[in-house]
Structure formats: structure tokens, C-alpha cells
Design a protein around this ligand. Sequence first.
Ligand code: ADP
Length: 190
Amino acid sequence: MLNLVLFGPPGAGKGTQSQKLIEKYQLVHLSTGDILRGEITQGTTLGLEAKKLMDEGLLVPDAVVIGMISNKLDANKDAKGFIFDGFPRTVAQAEALDGLLASKNDSISGMIALEVNDDELEHRLLLRGKESGRPDDANPEVIRKRIVEYNSKTAPVANFYKAQAKFKSINGIGSVDDIFHSVCGVIDTL
Ligand code: ADP
């Protein structure tokens, strides 16, 4: 199986690249942000709890997202592989993901990080906020909070995969197609 972790700060382009990758490699896309927004739309208890944190730019608890991913892995037993987008976002989530995959005799093939500087991220997120209507994209303070959460809790996840020699990084600035070309180049080496 091809199991990819797409990594990078909010606004790095993970969702955009995921859409192209699932088509080319026939993978199942698992975005914890999308799954959480689905729960909010459906008005579930989980969604209501998560919304409070997401609107403030904070992470939702590890146990919640790990449970969601576990369910999705079980629901897609015939998948050729997965793209994990926005997950794992903490080292505890990365450890849990390794455990879930190991229990299925599987593992992560590689992590691909999209490198984008903070100024460009803020600019992209404010622009996306106007189009997507996502409340967490509309407010500059919340955007900065998400970047702080990223730097303190999520950035260390890169070291987790570096220690397994699974970390690859590419420049996330440029045209969508050029970046996709770089991502595919990395996948071909895995
Ligand atoms: P972005 O990467 O642009 O911030 P996402 O859609 O991935 O957007 O995430 C939106 C919000 O959903 C995050 O700010 C966080 O509150 C919550 N979230 C998504 N994935 C996770 C996760 N793996 N762990 C904890 N919280 C998460």
C-alpha cells in the first residue's frame, strides 16, 4: 500500500495537492479537518465540541481524531492506500497512527512536507476565508493562533518521521502543477 502523510502548516496546499494525488494514485483521502467539518454540518455532539476549539484555532483532542481515523481505516479495508491530510498533528497522533497501521500489517510509506513561509500562509488563508466562508480563515488572530499551534505541537511530528528516515520536504511555493510534479517525483522514490 502507498500510505502518505501530507504535511505542512495551515494554508500550505495539502488539500489542493491531495485532490490531485487521489486521482493519480487511486488513494483514499483522509482529512481530519474535512471529517470534523462534516460532523459540524451534521450537528453531532462531537461536531459541536470540536467547533468551539476549531473556531479558536486550537487543536481538538488527540483521542477524538485518532478514533475518527481508526473508523475510517476500518471502513476502507480494500483501499490501495491513504493520504493523511492534517493528521497526524501531534507526536501522540503519529504514534497512534503507527500502531493502527501496524495492527493491519501496514505502515506509512513517507511524509511529504510542503514548505511555505508565514507571510505567504497568512495571505493565502485570508484569501481562502473570503471564498470558503470558513470561520477559522476569516479572522487574522485565529490564523496566527493556528500557526502558533502548528509550530508548537505539529512541527515536532516531522522529527518523528525523520527518525524513521521517512521525511521528505519540497518547496510549496509556485504553481499547483509544478508543486504536484515535485510531489510525484518524491513519491516515485518511496
Ligand atoms: P488547516 O490545515 O488549514 O488549518 P484543517 O482543515 O486541516 O485546516 O483543520 C482545521 C481545524 O480542525 C484545525 O485548526 C483544528 O482545530 C482541527 N483539526 C484538524 N485536524 C486535526 C488533528 N489531526 N488534530 C487536532 N485538531 C485537528
